[in-house]
Design a protein around this ligand. Structure first.
Ligand SMILES: NC(=O)c1ccc[n+]([C@@H]2O[C@H](COP(=O)([O-])OP(=O)(O)OC[C@H]3O[C@@H](n4cnc5c(N)ncnc54)[C@H](O)[C@@H]3O)[C@@H](O)[C@H]2O)c1
Length: 314
C-alpha cells in the first residue's frame, strides 16, 4: 500500500510521514517545499493548484492524506482570497485528481474549530454545525463538505479527521507554547495577562499523526473523527511546566481579564472506540520533547553558521 501525503513537509504532515514509515507503509510527499526533516522519502514538488502535477503524483497511490492548507489563521486573515484558493480549491483538486486516478480513499485534515458556533459546550461528531465566524474555519468546513459530496456522488471513500490544537517538535514559532519556550530559553520572563486560568486542550503532534495512521483502517471509511487532547491545560500550567523543565524562569502576572475562556469540550470517544486512538503523550512530556527539539535546532543553526563562516574566511 502506498500513501500520498499532501503537505508532508509541514508541521503535522511531516509527523504523519514518520508514523507511516514506522508502520512500514510506502509514502510519497506532495508539497510546494522540500521536506527538510528526512531525505529518504519520495518527494514530488508541486502546487496544490496544479492539477496536472497532482494527477501525476497520484499514480500508484492507494490513499491520499490531504494536509496542504494555509493553516495559520493569521495568514488566512491577512489574505482570505489566497487562502480560499489553497484550502478550498486545493481540496477539490485533490478530490478530483483522486477520483481520476482511482485512489481508494482521501483522508482530510480538518479542525475542531468547526464546532466554534455549536450551541452546546460539549460536542462530538454528531453535533449540528453552524456557519463559522472565522474565515479559516469556513474554508476548512467547505473542504469537509466537498469530501462528503465526492463520497456520495463519485463513490470515493473519504475520512475526515478534526484535529485539536497541536503542539510539539517542528511547530510554528508563533503559537503560545513556542513563544513561551523561546522566551524561557532566552532567559526572559513569561508574562501572563490575568489570572492564567484560561484553559485550552492541546494534542501532541505525534499522537495526531498516529490518529492519521489508525484512520487507514476500513472502519474509518466515510466517517468523521475528532482527535483532541485529553487534558485541560491553563496558561498558568503552560508557564509552570516550561519553568519546571527549563529551570530558573520567572513568571509575571500582569493585569488582564480573568480566565473566561469558554472553549468547547470536544469528545474523541468515537476515535477511541472505533480506531483505538487516544492521546498517549502527557503535556509535560510533550513540552519536554519540544524543548529538546528547540535546543537541537538552535545547536544545528549555530554549527551551520560556524561552518558557513569558516568557508567564507578561506
Ligand atoms: N496547526 C494547527 O494548529 C492545525 C489545527 C487543526 C487543523 N490543522 C490542519 O492540519 C493541516 C496541516 O497543518 P500544519 O499545521 O501542518 O500546516 P503547515 O503550514 O505546517 O503545513 C502545510 C504544508 O502545506 C504546504 N503548502 C502550502 N501551500 C501549498 C501549495 N499551494 N501547494 C503545495 N503545498 C503547499 C506547505 O509547504 C506546508 O508544508 C492543515 O490542513 C490544517 O488546516 C492544523
Amino acid at each position: 500500500m502506498k500513501v500520498l501525503v499532501t503537505g508532508g513537509s509541514g508541521f503535522i504532515g511531516s509527523h504523519v510521514v514518520d508514523k507511516l514509515r514506522d508502520k512500514g507503509v510506502k509514502v510519497r510527499i506532495y508539497d510546494g517545499i522540500m521536506p527538510t526533516y528526512r531525505d529518504d522519502i519520495e518527494y514530488y514538488q508541486g502546487s496544490i493548484l496544479d492539477m496536472a502535477a497532482l494527477g501525476f503524483a497520484m499514480s500508484g497511490i492507494d490513499v491520499v492524506m490531504h494536509l496542504v492548507a494555509v493553516a495559520d489563521v493569521k495568514d488566512v486573515l491577512a489574505d482570505p482570497h489566497y487562502s480560499e484558493a489553497i484550502n478550498v480549491r486545493g481540496t477539490i483538486n485533490v478530490l478530483e485528481a483522486a477520483r481520476n486516478s482511482k485512489v481508494r480513499r482521501v483522508i482530510y485534515g480538518s479542525t475542531t474549530w468547526v464546532y466554534s458556533e455549536a450551541e452546546s459546550d460539549n460536542v462530538d461528531e454528531t453535533t449540528p454545525l453552524h456557519a463559522p465566524s472565522h474565515f479559516y474555519t469556513a474554508t476548512k468546513l467547505a473542504g469537509e463538505y466537498y469530501c462528503q459530496s465526492y463520497s456520495k456522488l463519485y463513490d470515493l471513500d473519504v475520512t475526515i479527521l478534526r484535529y485539536g490544537i497541536p503542539y510539539g517538535p517542528r511547530a510554528r514559532d508563533g503559537a503560545v507554547i513556542p513563544i513561551f519556550v523561546k522566551k524561557a530559553l532566552n532567559g526572559e520572563t513569561l508574562t501572563i495577562a490575568g489570572d492564567g486560568f484560561q484553559f485550552r486542550k492541546f494534542v501532541y503532534v505525534e499522537d495526531l499523526a498516529e490518529g492519521n495512521v489508525l484512520a487507514l483502517q476500513s472502519i474509518a471509511k466515510n466517517k468523521i473523527y475528532n482527535l483532541d487532547g485529553s487534558e485541560r491545560i491553563t496558561i498558568k500550567e503552560i508557564a509552570e511546566t516550561i519553568q519546571k523543565i527549563v529551570g530558573d524562569v520567572k513568571i509575571e502576572y500582569v493585569q488582564g481579564r480573568p480566565g473566561d475562556f469558554s472553549g468547547k469540550e470536544v469528545s474523541s470517544d468515537l476515535a477511541e472506540g472505533e480506531l483505538k486512538w487516544s492521546p498517549k503523550v502527557n503535556f509535560e512530556e510533550g513540552v519536554r520533547r519540544y524543548i529538546v527539539w528547540c535546543k537541537k535546532r538552535e545547536e544545528r543553526r549555530r554549527s551551520d553558521w560556524e561552518q558557513i563562516d569558516k568557508e567564507l574566511k578561506r
